[in-house]
Structures are given as C-alpha cells and as structure tokens.
Design a protein around this ligand. Structure first.
Ligand SMILES: [Zn+2]
Ligand SMILES: [Zn+2]
Length: 268
C-alpha cells in the first residue's frame, strides 16, 4: 500500500488546479500518512509563467502548507518543499533554503538547463544530440552530489523524445544511478507518466516515463532505492487507484527495491 507521496503540486505553478486542502483530503482518503508538497520552485528574479509560480507567491504557499500541517497533524505528516531544476545559478539559493530549514526537502526535476544570464538554453524534453544527453547527466550529478536533494523525480526524463536507448543512454543511466546510490537519493517512478498513458515515440509506443530501458538498468543495482512519486497536479490524481496500481505493478515486475517513507525528509 502507498503510504507516502512527496511529489505534489499546487495551483500556483499555473498548470495545476484545486485547493491545497483538497490534496490533503484526497491523500487521507487512501490512507497516505506522509504527504509532501513540492511545487515547481519559485525563484527570486526569474519567472516562467505557466511553468512555475512567481516568487511573489512563495509566502502564501508556505503559509498555506504550514497551516494545513497544523490542522491535520493528528492524521497525516505534511512536508513543505519544492521540485527544482539543477540550475547552477540558483544552487546557492537552494542551499540557503535547505540549510536554513525554510523547506523540509527538495526534489530534483531536471527539466532544463539555465545559463549564468538566467536564460534557459536547453530543454531536456527534446534531446537531439549526445552533448545534450551528457549535459543532462552532468547537471543531474552536480545536483545529486550537492546533497541538497532528497529524491530524483523522473530520472529518465531524458527519454522524453528519445527513440533508441543507445550506448550513450546506458552510460549516463549507470552514472546517474551510481551517484544516487552514493548519496542515498531514491530514484522516482513517476506516476504522472503512467497516468498520462502511452505515447507514440518514433516507431515505439510507451510511457514517456517511467521507461523499461532505464529501470532495467536500475534493477541491476540491488542497493538502488526507488520511490513512487504521484506528481499530482489535481487533488483527484492522488487517489487515482488505477495509475497507482500500475506503478506498483511496474516496480514489482521490474524487481525494483521500492521504499515508501523517506527518513531523511523531516519537518521541523
Ligand atoms: Zn508540473
Ligand atoms: Zn512534478
């Protein structure tokens, strides 16, 4: 049974809906004991409307989750965090959030790369050459080895539009997995990818993620930890039993080492 989920968004990011409290109620309805909010990180001095909430929403987000934490403390543990990219420019900011305990945790969502001028110069949804693939890997490893992240969300995001899992894909997968093991960062089986159904990618039809290709390499490492992440963008997606069941089935069939509660994630 699923008792923890650390991947939950809120309406503030611009592409999720529902009230914060509804996510909590939906989680309670299926017996979740640990619920982490990890909305797309709000960044000072940078906005991406429709992808992440404006930095001006930070205080409201934090206040709302803190008040839910208090209101429901007898029934469920609620954690406050963000899903953040490996933006080198903002790593010092992430460090401040984690070290000053402004957040309970961060999860890594390696969607894109940002340069020193705070410009997004590469989207990992559309990897078309090995140098972009290696950039994905370098940024993932930098973030994981910073010690600031508690989970690597959809670690196989690089497979978004890649058709052939070639030797470069295998190589970067192994390096990513080995770094996650070294820093005790669980690899997420992303349930949103399952909920969204199979897609046609080139000549194959598969989930965008999780991918069999990546997780069959994970399986070769007995001490690699995996965790389910619902990546909920609407309250009802928490209790989507069909997708949650598929995700557990995927983990079992692949023979993955599924962990549920993450001890490293602690609230104040
Ligand atoms: Zn999102
Ligand atoms: Zn997410």
């Amino acid at each position: 049974m699923l008792t923890s989920n650390y991947h939950t968004h809120t309406y503030r990011c611009g592409h999720a809906s529902g009230k914060d409290e509804e996510y909590v109620l939906d989680a309670l309805s299926i017996g979740i004991r640990n619920l982490g909010f990890s909305d797309h990180i709000m960044l000072p001095g940078f906005s991406e409307p429709g992808l992440r909430g404006d930095y001006s929403l930070f205080d409201n987000y934090k206040a709302s989750i803190e008040s839910l934490r208090k209101k429901y403390k007898e029934q469920i543990n609620i954690y406050f965090g963000f899903e953040a990219e490996s933006f080198l420019y903002y790593l010092p900011y992430y460090k401040e959030l984690v070290n000053n305990k402004v957040v309970d945790y961060l999860i890594l969502g390696n969607h894109s790369a940002m340069n020193d001028n705070q410009e997004i110069y590469c989207s990992f949804r559309r990897i078309t050459n090995p140098s972009q693939l290696y950039l994905y890997k370098e940024l993932a490893i930098t973030a994981i080895s910073s010690g600031l992240f508690s989970i690597f969300a959809h670690p196989d995001y690089f497979m978004y539009s890649i058709q052939n899992f070639d030797n470069d894909c295998k190589k970067i997968s192994r390096e990513i997995i080995e770094t996650c093991i070294a820093y005790d960062v669980p690899l997420e089986i992303n349930v949103a990818g399952i909920r969204n159904g199979k897609k046609r990618i080139g000549t194959t039809t598969r989930w965008i993620y999780p991918t069999n290709d990546f997780f069959s390499i994970v399986k070769k490492y007995p001490n690699a930890k995996c965790v389910l992440g619902l990546d909920a963008h609407h309250p009802s997606q928490i209790s989507d039993k069909g997708a949650n069941y598929e995700a557990v089935k995927f983990a079992k069939e692949m023979g993955l080492n599924l962990v549920d509660k993450i001890d490293k994630i602690k609230s104040k």
